[in-house]
Design a protein around this ligand. Structure first.
Ligand SMILES: C[S@@+](CC[C@H](N)C(=O)[O-])C[C@H]1O[C@@H](n2cnc3c(N)ncnc32)[C@H](O)[C@@H]1O
Length: 364
């Protein structure tokens, strides 16, 4: 891929203008513009950004096996619910995963396919266009909603793959001298976007700070940094509220309830990706590189439980998919043997996607 010179995307200019008017910009706002600006945002640009030819790969880009295993597992869950059911996917990107799931169900579970609607939760009109094209043959079975607020109650499964890590985050640092948290904002200085601490007093993120004992705060290094996503949490709460009966599932990389905040990540987990590589400067070239941070499964779990969901499982992708594969081999050996084993290995190998990726399953 050709290098894009700093500032080639008009977003950089727009962000500079906003900073010049309003002062340093919270990183959550920077990330929102960089990823989701309706015209110049990273995820609005072209469908090839995710995948082997793009900037980063996901479990979906490994091949159809990810969708086939999910379809098998979802079919088992949906089998326990009578009448019309839905699978609702958020962050469906170009519709590849939806297509893999619907194809497997059409081929292997006709009775379920006949009572299933596939609901895509997609705010971006451009992404909806890519998805409609990819899913043309399932036209009668697929529906779109711009947001959870517009979606019907879901009897079935609401799920996402790598959605939680793509929500804008607040970067929060520890000021050891003041013994208080501050927010990292973005400013423009010496011809580049640069980090700038701002004191925002009662930022909405304060309610989400980890409840650390005083002994730990006493030794926390100056500028130790964590991330908090108000938007990811609000999304999980809304999704839990939409679930009438069934499962709410997130697959992603991230922290669990017992390993956040992480002592070995003093600078937090914000990363930029371009052409399958980490980028050194996450503030460079807004709109031209992916920005992401660890999902916070601990907060999602807590929020789901607050609104009445039960936590069924929080596990690694390795255990979740291997368990699903083993069950498939046992109950439908021909279907299990038909899967591409190399893809299963990539998805579940501890050193590849098996350990870093995790799965939260809650139910009502
Ligand atoms: C990292 S990509 C993952 C794409 C795909 N799920 C995969 O695994 O290959 C994150 C996706 O989430 C989408 N997204 C972000 N916020 C969303 C929201 N509120 N509702 C639905 N999708 C959203 C983005 O547009 C982007 O396509």
């Amino acid at each position: 891929m050709c290098a894009v010179p700093q500032g080639a995307n008009p977003l950089a200019k727009m962000i500079r203008a906003e900073i010049s008017n309003d002062g340093p910009m919270p990183f959550a706002r920077f990330m929102e513009l960089a990823l989701y600006h309706p015209e110049f945002g990273y995820y609005e640009k072209d469908a090839d950004r995710v995948g082997r030819r793009g900037d980063f790969v996901t479990s979906v880009s490994v091949g159809a096996v990810f969708g086939q295993l999910l379809a098998f597992r979802f079919a088992e869950w949906l089998g326990a619910i009578d009448g019309p059911v839905r699978i609702a996917e958020a962050g469906a990107h170009d519709g590849s995963l939806a297509c893999d799931i619907l194809e497997w169900l059409a081929a292997n579970d006709e009775p379920l396919s006949g009572r299933l609607t596939y609901t895509i939760l997609e705010p971006s009109a451009r992404c909806q266009g890519w998805q409609a094209k990819r899913l043309a043959k399932f036209d009668a079975q697929v529906e779109w909603h711009d947001s959870l607020a517009d979606a019907p109650e879901i009897r079935g499964v609401i799920f996402s793959n790598e959605l939680l890590d793509a929500f804008p985050i607040h970067r929060i640092g520890w000021d050891a001298a003041k013994r208080d948290w501050f927010e990292w904002a973005v400013t423009w200085r010496d011809d580049a976007f640069r980090w700038e601490p701002i004191d925002v007093g009662g930022g909405a993120w304060r309610a989400l700070l980890p409840a650390w004992p005083i002994e730990l705060l006493n030794v926390l290094p100056d500028r130790y940094t964590i991330e908090l996503s108000l938007q990811a949490n609000a999304w999980w709460r809304a999704a839990a509220g939409k679930l009438a009966v069934g499962k709410l599932v997130a697959l992603d990389y991230g922290h669990g309830p017992d390993d956040w905040p992480a002592a070995n990540q003093p600078n937090g987990t914000v990363r930029g990706y371009r052409s399958q590589k980490f980028v050194d400067d996450v503030l460079a070239n807004p709109g031209e590189q992916d920005l992401t941070a660890h999902a916070n499964f601990g907060l999602a779990k807590r929020i789901g439980e607050e609104v009445g969901l039960q936590t069924e499982e929080f596990t690694s992708q390795e255990r979740f998919l291997n368990g699903t594969f083993a069950e498939m081999l046992k109950s439908a050996p021909a279907l299990g043997q038909a899967l591409d084993v190399r893809q299963v290995q990539t998805l579940t190998h501890p050193a590849q996607m098996g350990r870093p990726f995790r799965v939260l399953i809650q139910s009502r």
